[in-house]
Design a protein around this ligand. Structure first.
Ligand code: ASP
Length: 347
């Protein structure tokens, strides 16, 4: 049954770890995650919402540097199990790899029609100047927001520092500032000020309501390889010839360019002949790969390298791992890499 906008929303908060729930260890003075069971005690403001809020804490709570595909799957399965009982989901997660998790989750959920909002903070929630409270409170509000009985943002998103982003378009851009994330190639989905302004023209609303389908297979036989001036032939070759390697995200210069030196193109050709999928993304913060625009990318195009267009590296590597995990042929993988699956790429 569809609830009216006024009925009490139910929100599930998953705490996976991250700075938001960290404390300083006494001797080393390093920040480490703690069991953050009492989210509602730490943030009594949550009780002021007229919502049913339930919390699930992952054990162990992780610094997101320790998040693996197994954790993506755990998050996805927990949401899937609780999907019908809740109107929206908030995932508290470390900021370091939040963009990877958000991207991975976006591919995993087919026919998503409820919000999954990832958030965290730069300062622990117990500290005076924490950004965690605002991030959490507004994420909960966004997860509950509806219009005509339907979620206002039925997407996997990242909410941080007053802005809501499509998750698979985000990049962590700053280790210190509260505005830790940006999304250069896609506009914000909402901006929180006195009101939360939803920018519906940029939000994806499913046209046909299909049945939720959660896919949980990832293949980790992949690598991200960043091109730099002076890259060594032997090192480059040995990476491309790694046994069991199935996919490479090649971070190239500008619009998808690499040195035209013969050995580099020959290595790339050899790898493609060995059925390795190579996806070209730019090292730039914004813009897109356009192979063939310069002489320095034409040979990649001819060799069969796939254009990552305006994918972020985070969205690219997780998409590659996801597609490789689906048991597709390399031709199908190349086809879908270029296709817009969840709003991650501008075709
Ligand atoms: N190292 C932390 C993490 O990613 C950083 C943070 O949460 O801001 O878990």
């Amino acid at each position: 049954m569809i609830k009216t906008d006024e009925e009490k929303a139910s929100i599930l908060i998953l705490y996976t770890g991250g700075t938001i729930g960290m404390v300083q260890r006494p001797v080393t003075r390093t920040l480490a995650p703690v069991k953050f069971d009492q989210i509602k005690e730490e943030v009594p403001e949550l009780n002021k919402f007229n919502y049913n809020i339930k919390t699930i804490t992952f054990t162990p709570a992780l610094d997101s540097s320790n998040v693996t595909p197994a954790v993506w799957v755990k998050i996805a399965k927990t949401i899937e199990k609780n999907y019908n009982q809740f109107d929206g989901f908030v995932v508290l997660h470390g900021t370091d790899t939040m963009a990877y998790t958000a991207s991975a989750l976006s591919y995993m959920f087919e026919n998503l029609d409820k919000p999954i909002i990832l958030t965290g903070s730069q300062l622990p929630i117990g500290t005076l100047r924490t950004d965690g409270k605002e991030n959490l409170i507004t994420s909960v509000e966004i997860a509950a927001a509806k219009e005509n009985g339907k979620s206002l943002v039925p997407e996997v998103c990242v909410y941080f520092d007053f802005k809501l982003y499509r998750g698979n378009r985000t990049v962590k851009r700053d280790a210190d500032q509260f505005s830790a994330f940006h999304s250069v190639n896609y506009p914000e989905l909402a901006v929180a000020g006195v009101d939360i302004r939803f920018r519906k023209e940029f939000i994806h609303y499913p046209e046909n309501k299909g049945i939720l389908n959660v896919k949980t297979n990832f293949d980790d036989h992949v690598v991200i390889l960043k091109i730099f001036p002076g890259i060594n032939q032997k090192v480059f070759n040995s990476i491309l010839c790694l046994p069991e390697l199935k996919g490479i995200v090649l971070e190239t210069f500008g619009a998808g360019n690499v040195p035209t030196t013969r050995w580099l193109i020959n290595c790339v050709k050899k790898a493609i002949k060995n059925n390795i999928v190579i996806l070209n993304v730019t090292q730039c913060q914004g813009g897109r790969v356009s192979m063939g625009q310069y002489e320095t990318s034409l040979e990649l195009l001819k060799a069969g390298v796939v254009s990552g267009k305006d994918l972020t590296t985070e969205a690219a590597i997780t998409k590659l791992m996801f597609l490789l995990g689906q048991g597709l042929s390399s031709e199908q993988i190349k086809f879908y890499l270029n296709k817009n699956l969840r709003g991650e790429i501008t075709e």
